[in-house]
Design a protein around this ligand. Sequence first.
Ligand code: GUN
Length: 296
Amino acid sequence: MSARLIDGRAAAEALRARLAIIADFFRASTGRPAGLATVLVGEDPASAVYVRSKIKATEEAGMHGLHHPLPAKTSEAELLALVDTLNRDDAVDGILVQLPLPKQIDSARVIDAVSPDKDVDGFHVVNAGRLAVGAEALVPCTPLGCLHLLTTELGDLSGANAVVIGRSNIVGKPMASLLLGESCTVTIAHSRTRDLPEVCRRADILVAAVGRAEMVRGDWIKPGATVIDVGINRVPGAAAGKTRLVGDVAFDEAREVAGAITPVPGGVGPMTIAMLLRNTQVAAHRRAGLKPPEDL
Ligand code: GUN
């Protein structure tokens, strides 16, 4: 039996189509488009590609993208001054400072300086705290995208055994909070977990976010489980000099056992940008005193 493929591209496209309608409503209600400010320090090619695709998606979704490229030698004080200006700018609903930052800048200090109400990455400690206590928060985009795929695939998640591999502040911890919020029984596994394969075999829902190519093997998976693969790892391809992308899960093995699984690419990845647009609309609505649509 082969697992159902969870199509993240189709889910992201559907969400973006809805967001375009919501963007029109916001613009009609307030007389201005929702605005997302992106900040890129330096010229790291991978980061530049990410930011460009975020700006393009922002404009396509009927929002205003304001990009701020800064030179690689920008000081922490200069970046903090820009963040302060964006915090005060009423046309800006969301602020995204692309990570990683050059080494002269303390990322934690910059994340801390972004107004929690404009923190569309959901990285600020206030949003992490709000999520942890079940209050209204801006939630990191990748785990939010994973949850959207899971609820679309499974409906009600309550009572399911969920195992999250990885304990990062960006994916693992917020993912665990979201699953707990859906009344799953949640285990966070990590590099020190004893007998990881056995822990994974208990999972009805398995979320892999470790950043190690094909670490999760087919025999770690409970038959019929839903597998969400957050990993994006570049490995040598079949042809000389070529590379290919693989997830944290050994896909060909896992799909023979799982009930449903996200592919890499085309699974979680496309959802992340869609959720950034979603978070920007949510932030814009809240800032304007409007209620964001319930099921967004
Ligand atoms: N760098 C890689 N992923 C992300 C992300 O989701 N947000 C930000 N700000 N930087 C990143």
